[in-house]
Design a protein around this ligand. Structure first.
Ligand code: PLP
Length: 419
């Protein structure tokens, strides 16, 4: 919460400001490979409606960081904006710039707070910065003082109520209020905090954080800092009716994931007890599919893939798919993950490699080259109908659905479709 002397002394110099760069993702038009992610925009709109109903009158600023949780932020934002989302939240200035360049006009909140000195870019793009450090105040105030932009500049202030990640600690709000008084060029329009355990079995930790947030709000008010809007709820809080304020910031729910309670010590996903509302109303937006590009029969005792991590206990029919860990199919799925072929489950056998994986289709009659293989989502085929959720993949890979979705890498082109 200190002002770095270097920031205070620097003159405003647009030419020396960092450039905002954006990585490019494989485009459908360039796609030769059969591995692709299909993004169902109707499911996205459906999930927005579900989220809105739970928000019960609060505004919904959907969180689209990390390329819209891997779904492609520009297309997702355009769809949600047209469907009535009130605003968007991202982690990085780079992500906000990408949305503005995609034509998004709704409010965009940059939550990360690391602007790399590009304060003028924040203002020029008309996005709302989150601040929690004196250097932020100084960076924005200098622009106004230099006459480069009219003031005051509206910001949201982040309070740390228990996440211990970013934000002004509750104990320091008076000191920060004093700093704000020295920077009238900056106006706090919003106050936010982030919940650490909204998906825990008990809401106790969330209630404690909200009490601290209320305390910080009251203490700021006593020093003349009275933001018009406050927000805290992520998907888990929103779906359980917790932390209801002026705005909610759901992310993963928009993509069809209802955060399940996790055990605090192990992060193992628990079956929610009846006391914990769990919504099955959401629809998974992403479907990831590939194709069989090689088929072979191996003898009993043959090993498959790097390190020979799987050995055939019987003569086996093995199919290869062109999707590996560099595409976002976790190596943790080696010998434990499943995919769908002809509407039925097949196990991933042998080590998932960088570009390819092998699956055991011995028990699936009729598998042929070019058959569709579904890694995430549903499949209706001649042998049946099944669904693989991001939740299921996360459990098999020892991670969380957020990581499964955001890991689908940029060399997997996204195809947008209505139902
Ligand atoms: C500050 C902040 N708010 C809201 C969210 C949205 O969380 P979720 O995807 O669980 O809804 C995130 C995501 O991690 C976040 O970092």
């Amino acid at each position: 919460m200190t002002i770095r002397p270097s920031e205070r002394e620097l003159p405003v110099d647009r030419a020396s400001e960092p450039r905002v760069l954006r990585p490019r993702r494989a485009a459908p038009a360039d796609a030769v490979r059969p591995t692709r992610a299909e993004v169902n925009l109707a499911a996205l709109r459906h999930n927005l409606r579900v989220v809105r109903r739970h928000a019960d009158g609060s505004k919904v600023w959907t969180v689209l960081k990390a390329d819209g949780y891997g779904h492609g932020a520009p297309a997702v934002a355009r769809t949600l904006e047209r469907a009535g989302a009130d605003g968007f939240c991202v982690a990085l200035l780079e992500e906000a710039v990408e949305l503005r360049e995609a034509g998004i006009v709704a409010p965009i909140l940059v939550m990360g707070g690391y602007y790399g000195g590009a304060y003028a870019e924040v203002v020029a793009r008309g996005v709302t910065p989150v601040v929690y450090d004196g250097s932020h105040l100084e960076g924005f105030a200098r622009l106004v003082r230099s006459g480069e932009v009219p003031g005051p500049i509206d910001v949201h202030l982040k309070i740390d109520t228990g996440m211990a990640r970013l934000g002004v600690p509750v104990a320091d709000v008076e000191t920060f209020a004093a700093l704000l008084a020295e920077h009238p060029e900056v106006r706090v329009r919003g106050l936010m905090t982030h919940l650490a355990s909204a998906d825990a079995l008990s809401a106790e930790a969330t209630h404690e954080q909200m009490l601290r947030f209320d305390d910080a709000t009251a203490r700021l008010a006593r020093r003349g800092v009275r933001p018009e809007i406050r927000h805290a709820a992520n998907s888990a809080a929103l779906l359980r009716g917790e932390a209801k304020l002026d705005v909610a910031r759901p992310g993963v729910a928009l993509f069809g994931i209802s955060p399940r309670p996790v055990a605090a010590s192990t992060s193992a996903v628990l079956t929610p007890p009846p006391s914990v509302p769990f919504t099955g109303e959401l629809e998974q937006v992403m479907r990831v599919r590939s194709e069989v590009v090689d088929l072979r029969t191996v003898a009993e005792g043959a090993t498959i893939g790097y390190g020979g991590l799987w050995r055939a206990a019987r003569p086996s029919r093995i199919a290869t798919i062109p999707m590996g860990y560099a595409d976002g199919l976790s190596r943790q799925l080696t010998n434990v993950g499943h995919v769908l072929v002809r509407g039925k489950r097949a196990r991933i056998v042998g080590a998932v490699s960088m570009d390819m994986s092998m699956i055991d289709v011995t028990d699936l009659p009729g598998v042929e080259l070019r058959d569709e293989v579904v890694v995430l989502g549903d499949q209706d085929g001649p042998l049946g109908r099944d669904f693989i959720g991001a939740d299921e993949v996360a459990t098999a890979a020892g991670t969380i659905p957020w990581e499964v979705l955001t890991s689908i890498s940029r060399r997997v082109p996204r195809f947008y479709r209505e139902p």
